[in-house]
Each structure stands twice: as C-alpha cells, then as structure tokens.
Design a protein. Structure first.
Ligand SMILES: [Zn+2]
Length: 289
C-alpha cells in the first residue's frame, strides 16, 4: 500500500497514472433494479456525461444474477458484475427477512458459473435492524451466510462489497476474524471509531450521495481520503429521499467530500478512483486512461 501524501494535492505526483484518470467509479450500485428497466440507456449515457468511468453492479439474491451478467455484457468495460447474497432478503415488497443458508445454496452454483467475470463478491454483510432480527439465531444465520461468502471471496481472490446496518462493529469484527483483507464497507452507519478499526485492517469505505442529508458526516471527516471510495447505491440513497437515485449523482458524493476535506474536486476524483482500482484490480484492464 502506498503511503498517503502529506499534502493531498500532491496525490497525482505520487500516482502518475492518476493524472489521466479523469472520472469517477461508482463502487456500489443496483443497476439491475427494475427501476432502471425502462430507461437504462439514458441512465448510463447521463452517468458517462457526469464523468463516470465504471460502475460495480451488486446483487442481493440469486434471482438477479443472470440479469447483472447480461447488463455487464451489454455495457462492456462500464458495468462490472458483483454477485452475492444480501443479509436481508425480500419475500415481497412488504415483507423482508434475514438471509438463510438456503438462500446461499441457491446462489453458489451461479457464482461458480460466472466466477471469472466477477470483480467482487457482494452485496454481502450483516443487518441487525430490529425488524429483520428477532433472536440470536437470526443474527447467527446472517453471520453464517457472510462467513461462507468471505471464504468464497478468499478462494476466488476477490474483494467483498459489504453492507452493514445497525451492525458496524459486528461486521468489521467478523471480517477481521475471518482474515478478510480486501473489503469495501458501503454506506457504513457505525461509529467513526469502529470505522477506524476497519481502516487499520486496510478496508475502504464508500460514501453515497445521501451523505448530504445523513448523520454520518463525522465519518467522512475522520476517514483518510486514502480509504474513501465513491458509490451511489442507486436507486436508493440519493440526495433526496423517495426520489430515484442514479449513478450520475456520484459527483454529489465527490463534491461533499471535497468540501469536508478541504481538497479540490479533482483530487477527490483521482484519489477515490485510484482507491477503487487498488481494491478492485480487475477494473484496470477495462478502464483505459
Ligand atoms: Zn446496496
């Protein structure tokens, strides 16, 4: 890992290739969501106009894996697939439950089938929001699903794209216990002090556009820019509640970080994109300077 520059404005001197890296990477996006079925071409086009170089399409359950792979083929070198089982599974739009080993078993053969095309395993993680966990066994089942996926990621030498809600500390501790070395903690809602344990372990944290209306602003202040990535989590976590979020809003995250850190937008762009390339090295072959 390179040492962080003492003056962040010098980042492009230390990383010469970054000079040409004019664009953002959306490290966590649900582009396979039905919300984008009607106008996916326009959504991708406007995200490119906003400076997006690539986006990581994460999955929540086995039922959407084929769609994600199809999208990555339809937009080669721009949409990069991540497959995984989310800690919360939707039974119906009104009903959700914690992930079980059965959900994982349905996913494993498809992950195996597409393993060479994946840039990460995700979205995986822990969600201890009270309505999803009713007892310790529910938490344990989520843990088992995450542990197994952490092992698969290690076997495939892939990073993890990680969700944690009301479970910041247990998530980071589990990843460390499992010896996970490469992980992106997306939209982390835990304490900054817990996030800093993740930084020590070499993990990255991605910041969504909803940061402008969230209580996690202290987190951005404390995290070193060298551990920050950008994400949109589209169609969720947009700048306005209840409005469909789009990958083009990635610049809202970047502008916010630039303001909080007191560095130029260009620096945020270059450093976060270099971070994304360090964490997801398979992007390198496709993103040409
Ligand atoms: Zn997500």
């Amino acid at each position: 890992m390179r040492t962080p520059p003492s003056n962040p404005e010098e980042a492009n001197v230390l990383v010469p290739s970054a000079v040409h890296m004019h664009g953002y990477v959306d490290c966590h996006c649900h582009i396979s969501s039905g919300d984008f079925d009607k106008d996916i071409e326009e959504v991708i086009e406007s995200s490119k106009k906003a400076g997006l170089l690539a986006l990581l399409a994460v999955a929540e359950h086995a039922g959407e894996f084929d769609k994600i792979i199809e999208l990555s083929r339809r937009f080669p070198g721009f949409i990069f697939p991540c497959l995984g089982v989310h800690p919360v599974q939707e039974v119906s739009p009104e009903q959700q439950r914690g992930a079980s080993v059965q959900d994982l078993e349905a996913a494993l053969p498809i992950i195996e089938k597409y393993k060479d095309q994946l840039v990460a395993i995700g979205e995986v993680g822990l969600d201890f929001t009270p309505r999803y966990v009713h007892c310790d066994a529910d938490k344990d089942s989520q843990r088992q699903v995450l542990i197994r996926q952490a092992q698969i990621a290690k076997e495939l030498d892939l990073p993890l794209n990680v969700h944690s809600r009301s479970a910041g500390r247990p998530t980071i501790h589990l990843l460390k216990e499992q010896g996970v070395e490469k992980a992106l903690l997306h939209a982390f809602d835990g304490k900054p002090s817990v996030a800093m344990e993740g930084v020590k372990a070499g993990y990255f944290f991605s910041i969504p556009p909803s940061i402008i209306r969230s209580e996690q602003q202290k987190l951005v202040k404390q995290l070193p820019l060298e551990n920050i990535c950008l994400e949109t989590d589209s169609p969720a976590l947009g700048p306005e509640k209840q409005v469909r979020n789009e990958p083009k809003n990635i610049c809202i995250s970047a502008e916010y970080i630039s303001k909080i850190k007191g560095v130029s937008l260009q620096t945020v762009m270059e450093v976060t994109t270099q971070n994304a390339l360090r964490l997801f090295p398979k992007l390198k072959s496709a993103i040409r300077p």
